[in-house]
Write a protein that binds this ligand. Structure first.
Ligand code: NDP
Ligand code: DGY
Length: 329
């Protein structure tokens, strides 16, 4: 069936996407697609230009979708589909006010993100990047009883901040390492925590009793800056801190202080503020801080699945039909 050009919905895609995802989008025959055809983010001015008159926007987590962008898009805008499960880059109050629907990508990235978080935890606790460096720089002189020792998971207490989809998937993966107690904190106790013998505890208990703290909550006004000086000062000196949620949950100056003073043993971060973290950032001078470039969901199949889901969300939104993963606003 031929769709007249004037009936086509205008969509703007803020980054180059896979040919497979483009195919789903174009073969649906309902959209006129324009995209920022680059691996790098569109400059703000191009984003503001690109969204003009759009019925739908497919964006990345690095695109700040605020009132200015929504105003630039104008009254046609029906849907924002983000290629992420996190939606802290969307001004939801403004989105809601304008009656715009939001699509996101929960579940499909849970396993990949949990896997990477466990890898980061182990790499940080067992000092793997430091070891690699020593092999390359000649620092490996012989086997020594306490050289490059860290702390292991066996018999440990792990604290998960935010036992949601990803927090739960991390817990399931950690328990077989011989974790003795799994504590978690959040707004509400989770019935599914029984599967990992999770104990719902006040945040302070989690901080003081954990050997490993993993942050896997969403970024909200409540969690912004949650891990600050007071937080780190309550942690054990031997404890390891891992964050795979959002950089803004952490006060990075306070983290630097805690790491450099020996207040805590080590930190592994998959997320930072800003992203990318400038190469001269103080955290990058520390041997006990492992920083990854936000690669939690970065497996080929996960990213393909996320893209297909984001495109389907976009198509549902512009047509006013069901979206496979619509955020309840
Ligand atoms: P969920 O919504 O399933 O889980 C989020 C959890 O955060 C919920 O359990 C919620 O608990 C908890 N939470 C909210 N407020 C607080 C609080 N004040 N204290 C403690 N916990 C709180 O989301 P996902 O597990 O799917 O994703 C979580 C986050 O992970 C995303 O929002 C995103 O920021 C990040 N992420 C990072 C990736 C990476 O590449 N590093 C990849 C994918 C996601 P409650 O229900 O009690 O409110
Ligand atoms: C998300 O989805 O929120 C991640 O940060 C990237 O996959």
């Amino acid at each position: 069936q031929t769709v007249e050009a004037h009936e086509l919905m205008k969509v703007f895609v803020t980054r180059r996407i896979s040919p497979e995802a483009m195919k789903i989008l174009t073969t649906a025959g309902v959209c006129e697609v324009s995209l920022w055809d680059s691996e790098e983010p569109a400059p703000r001015s191009e984003l503001l230009k690109g969204v003009q008159g759009a019925h739908g926007i497919l964006c990345m987590l690095s695109d700040e979708i605020d009132a200015e962008v929504l105003d630039a898009a104008g009254p046609n805008l029906k849907v924002i589909s983000t290629l992420s499960v996190g939606y802290d880059h969307l001004a939801l109050d403004e989105v809601k006010k304008r009656g715009i629907r939001v699509g996101y990508t929960p579940d499909v990235l849970t396993d990949a993100t949990a896997e990477l978080t466990v890898a980061l935890l182990l790499a940080t606790a067992r000092r793997i990047p430091e070891g690699l460096e020593e092999v390359k720089n000649g620092g490996w002189s012989s086997w020594k009883p306490f050289w490059l020792c860290g702390n292991g998971l066996s018999g440990s207490t792990v604290g998960i901040i935010g036992l949601g989809r990803i927090g739960m998937a991390i817990s399931r993966r950690l328990m077989p390492f011989g974790v003795k107690r799994l504590l978690y904190s959040g707004r509400t106790a989770k019935p599914h925590a029984t599967e990992v013998n999770g104990e719902f505890v006040p945040l302070d208990t989690l901080i003081t009793e954990s050997d490993f703290i993993v942050v896997s909550c969403s970024l909200t006004p409540e969690t912004q800056g949650l891990c600050d000086k007071a937080f780190f000062s309550k942690m054990k000196n031997t404890a390891v801190f891992v964050n795979s949620s959002r950089g803004a949950v952490v006060n990075q100056e306070d983290l630097y202080e805690a790491l450099s003073s020996g207040q805590i043993a080590a930190a592994g971060l998959d997320v930072t503020t800003p992203e990318p973290l400038p190469t001269n950032h103080p955290l990058l001078t520390l041997k006990n801080c492992v920083v990854l470039p936000h690669i939690g969901s970065a497996t080929y199949s996960t990213r393909r699945t996320m893209l297909a889901l984001a495109v389907r969300n976009l198509l549902g939104g512009v047509q006013g039909t069901e979206m496979p993963s619509e955020l309840a606003l």
